[in-house]
Design a protein around this ligand. Structure first.
Ligand code: SAM
Length: 271
């Protein structure tokens, strides 16, 4: 079993976990198995980001059709290839942010214990890709999970939460103690999953997300004041008339459906 302290220590030998790559290895086999079981499907490929020594990879192989794993660190790449040999596993020595995802024509699941320093860019890479996604399951810092799952009027609610809420059903799968990692990080973690909530329409999304970002541009300003920088008063007056929004409302108070209503009020008739 790769997910154990004895295995990690034995394989690493004199090698130190690299902070710059966010290396904290999972050492609790039960937790790893629960994550993989919920994340995978025997009929689908799973893409893993940052397999490290292979603790999660081993379990992903058990529950998936096959696994493609992207690892940035040559040391990990070597150790992993030496200890986990399976014809259903393909490991790429590559920064996931540079990986060519257009090679995937089939539906895939994604699962990762994400390196904390690069969580958001990796998530955005996945969200904005053309991948046909079954389910995304990722371990992130607990605070990041809260931010991704924030709703209207939560302090952490942002343009990112609206985008995520529009595209996916988001679920907090489990909270994970810092004690199941080696070396132990300073924060606790959570496993969060994203299941596509609707058909993708990249053209619409681009315009819709731009509007959402603009509405959040000055967080403390009212929606009206943020819109004023973009549209003339007549357009804005018509928007408030159509939506019935209060003049004093802020972007932070609007749900995903409210943003869709706003989009229609501004652009419907134009398209
Ligand atoms: N999956 C292993 C586990 O759960 O024990 C290791 C997880 S560790 C938190 C993050 C892993 O991601 C490390 O192996 C690190 O080298 C790798 N990594 C960091 N940045 C990466 C990137 N941009 N692309 C691919 N892998 C990366």
């Amino acid at each position: 079993m790769i997910a154990s302290l004895s295995h990690v220590k034995a394989v690493m030998g004199d090698l130190k976990a690299k902070k710059k790559f966010g290396q904290n290895f999972l050492i609790d086999a039960n937790i790893v198995e629960r994550i993989a079981q919920g994340a995978c499907n025997k009929d689908l490929k799973t893409i893993e980001i940052g397999p490290g020594l292979g603790a999660l990879t081993e379990m992903l192989l058990k529950y998936s059709k096959d696994v493609d794993a992207y690892e940035i660190d040559p040391d990990m790449y070597e150790l992993l290839n030496a200890s986990l040999k399976d014809e259903r596993l393909q490991v790429y020595l590559e920064d996931f942010l540079d990986a060519d995802l257009s090679v995937y024509r089939e539906r895939v699941n994604i699962c990762a214990n994400l390196p904390y320093y690069v969580t958001t860019p990796i998530l955005f890479r996945i969200f904005e890709s053309d991948l046909d996604i079954g389910k995304i399951t990722v371990m992130v810092q607990k605070e990041v999970a809260e931010r991704l799952n924030a709703g209207p009027s939560d302090e952490e609610y942002s343009a990112l939460s609206v985008e995520v809420g529009y595209l996916f059903d988001v679920r907090n799968e489990m909270n994970v103690s810092r004690k199941v990692f080696y070396p132990m990080p300073n924060v606790d973690s959570a496993v969060i999953s994203f299941t596509p909530a609707r058909e993708r329409d990249r053209g619409f999304e681009k315009k819709f997300f731009e509007l959402v970002k603009n509405c959040f541009r000055m967080r403390r300003k009212t929606l009206h004041n943020n819109l004023k920088d973009l549209y003339d008063e007549t357009t804005i007056a018509a928007v408030y008339e159509k939506t019935g929004f209060d003049e004093k409302i802020r972007a932070q108070q609007l749900s995903v459906d409210d943003f869709l209503k706003l989009y229609d009020a501004i652009y419907k008739g134009e398209e």
